[in-house]
Design a protein around this ligand. Sequence first.
Ligand code: HEC
Ligand code: HEC
Length: 145
Amino acid sequence: MQRQSIWVVAAVVGLLLAGSYPLAQELGVASLRGAQVDVPVGIEDLAAQHKRRFNRAYRMQPPLIPHGIDQYQIDAANNQCLGCHDWSNAGDQDAPTLSMTHYLDRDGRQLDEVAGTRWFCNQCHVTQADVEPLVENTFVPSSQR
Ligand code: HEC
Ligand code: HEC
C-alpha cells in the first residue's frame, strides 16, 4: 500500500516538473548568454576558434585547446585525444605530447599509460575563444599583477 502511494507521489511530481518547462519561459528564465532555455544555441556563433595559441593566464593553467574537439569522442573505453597527444603517437601526429604529470597516478607512481585522473581531458582543458566573459569579474592573469 505504501509502495503504491510512493509511485503516485512520483507521478505527480513528474507531471509538475514537466508542466514547469513552459513556465520557465513565461517567467523569463534565460541562460547566462540570454538564450531561452528551450531554444538550441548554435555553438558556431559563440565560439569562433582562434587558431593561434593563447598565453596561459597563470603558470599551471591547463592550456586552452587551439583546435575544434567536437569530433573527438571521450568515453569509458575510448579517448581520441590520445591518438594525437599520447607520448606514443605525438611525434607522428606533430602534436604536443601530454606533459609527464598526466602519467602520474594519485600515489605518485609513473605509468606508461595516461593516468585515470587525467582521462577526461575536457574536465580541465577547454577550447579557446575570444569572447566576452559571461559574468563580470576582476580576474587578471598572474603575469600582470
Ligand atoms: C588529429 C590530432 C589531434 C587530436 C585528435 C587532438 N589534438 Fe590537441 N592538438 C593537436 C595539435 C597538432 C596541436 C598543436 C596546435 C598548435 O600548436 O597550433 C594541439 C594542441 C592542443 C593543446 C594545446 C597544448 C599547448 O601546449 O598549448 C591542447 C590542450 C590540446 N590539443 C588538447 C586536446 C584534447 C583535449 C583533445 C581531445 C578532445 C585533442 N587535443 C585532440 C592535435 C590533435
Ligand atoms: C585534472 C586536470 C587535467 C586533465 C584531466 C588533463 N589535463 Fe592536460 N594539463 C593540465 C594542466 C594543469 C597542464 C599544465 C601543467 C602541466 O603541464 O602539467 C596540462 C598540460 C597539457 C598539455 C601541454 C603539455 C605541454 O608540455 O605543453 C597538453 C597537450 C595536454 N595537457 C593535453 C591533455 C589531454 C589530451 C588530456 C586527456 C587525455 C588531458 N590533458 C587531461 C590538466 C589536465
